[in-house]
Design a protein around this ligand. Structure first.
Ligand code: NAD
Length: 351
């Protein structure tokens, strides 16, 4: 039933959230989308300029860890569904300050769950709570194998432990209170609007500026990469077609060692910027490893592929080219987010 839904999307001013908000606002004119975001360093309303005046969109500034704020908006707007993306999302920051991650990712999620259970206790028909989570909850893989929906949870960083905890609470609220939910665990996303603390936009930024390209440890870390719009499409599909009380793993079937990814980006950027071959590769600098660094993540997306017919729509090169083009065309956006606090963060991390 897609008519006249009131949907709460949390974290909609962030990277993935902004792509999800845009998709839902444009594709579902009969829905009203309420975007709740605290606008932390990672939240940026510039990401949503193109849809901010849409008649089916409302932005509400607020913190999901603030119980009275969450109660108030659930009472006032009586949401039919929740697509929950708001989170502290950067592993390195979670190592420096785990409590912020506990507050937002665990307490914030439980606040939302309590409000949803309360609002929907009389009638949970056609209601749905969707938590967007990460493959990092499964810990690290050896050279072989893939994470599936039944892999055991073994989070290794404060970030992944907080997301794993939130996943457990969502499932527990399903069992205990009958809350209709879906969960998805996705691999690394990349694309336009990603904050440049994350690997790909950090490299793009540094290549443009011709400054050192920091690579952790020996660079022999493997990640699976998915273009953000393909993730947004998977989220749309899971929200509408997924089965209640189920988890879906979402991955790009696109594994890269960090060092190979850095070299690929250098090659694409040199070409795009008309620089001689291998110019940017010379900027590669190996830096002290991240503690507890997971060696390899890789996802088996068989379930979402078989049950919901989802697969990524772009190749990695196409996705990277679109991403590079976006950062080059949005120099002002990049400049605004890399001045001020970012400078201090960057110096603390890499100097
Ligand atoms: P992001 O850091 O870019 O955005 C997070 C957003 O949440 C920001 O707009 C921020 O202002 C908001 N936020 C943070 N704390 C808040 C709070 N207490 N109350 C309200 N809003 C708050 O993150 P992202 O990369 O877009 O990730 C979105 C979600 O997807 C997260 O839940 C993350 O765990 C999950 N995820 C991310 C990836 C990835 O590769 N980026 C992969 C899998 C899953």
């Amino acid at each position: 039933n897609r008519a006249n839904k009131r949907l709460l999307i949390t974290g909609g001013a962030g990277f993935i959230g902004s792509h999800v908000v845009r998709r839902f606002v444009n594709r579902y004119p009969s829905y009203h989308i309420y975007n709740v975001d605290a606008l932390t360093y990672a939240g940026n309303l510039e990401n949503l300029r193109d849809i901010e005046t849409a008649p089916n969109y409302t932005f509400l500034k607020g913190n999901i860890a603030d119980e009275s704020f969450i109660r108030k908006i659930f009472k006032e707007y009586r949401f039919d569904g929740v697509v929950h993306l708001a989170a502290e999302s950067h592993v390195d920051r979670s190592i420096a300050d785990p409590l912020v991650f506990v507050r937002t990712n665990i307490l914030g999620t439980v606040n939302l769950l309590n409000a949803a259970v309360d609002l929907w206790k009389a009638d949970a028909h056609n209601k749905r709570f969707y938590h967007i989570s990460t493959d990092e909850v499964y810990g690290s893989l050896g050279a072989q194998g893939l994470f599936s929906e039944v892999s055991p949870y073994r989070p290794n960083s404060p970030y992944s432990a907080s997301k794993a905890s939130a996943d457990h609470f969502v499932r527990a609220y399903g069992e205990t209170y009958g809350l209709p939910f879906v969960l998805s665990n996705c691999s690394n996303n990349y694309g336009p609007n990603q904050f440049p603390e994350k690997l790909i936009p950090l490299l793009i930024h540094n290549i443009i500026e011709r400054i050192a390209l920091p690579v952790y440890g020996d660079g022999d870390y493997t990640r699976d990469w998915l273009f953000v719009e393909d993730h947004a499409q998977a989220i749309d599909l899971i929200f509408h077609e997924g089965k209640n009380q189920e988890t879906y793993n979402v991955g790009g079937c696109n594994e890269w060692k960090n060092i190979d990814l850095v070299k690929l980006l250098c090659r694409l950027m040199d070409k795009r910027l008309n620089r001689p071959e291998h110019t940017s590769e010379q900027l590669i600098t190996f830096v002290k490893d991240r503690p507890g660094h997971d060696r390899r993540y890789a996802i088996d997306s068989g379930k979402i592929n078989n049950e919901l017919g989802w697969k990524p729509s772009v190749t990695f090169e196409q996705g990277l080219e679109r991403t590079i083009d976006w950062y080059l065309a949005n120099g002002e956006w990049l400049k605004n987010v890399t001045t001020g606090d970012y400078q201090k963060y960057y110096e603390d991390m890499y100097s």
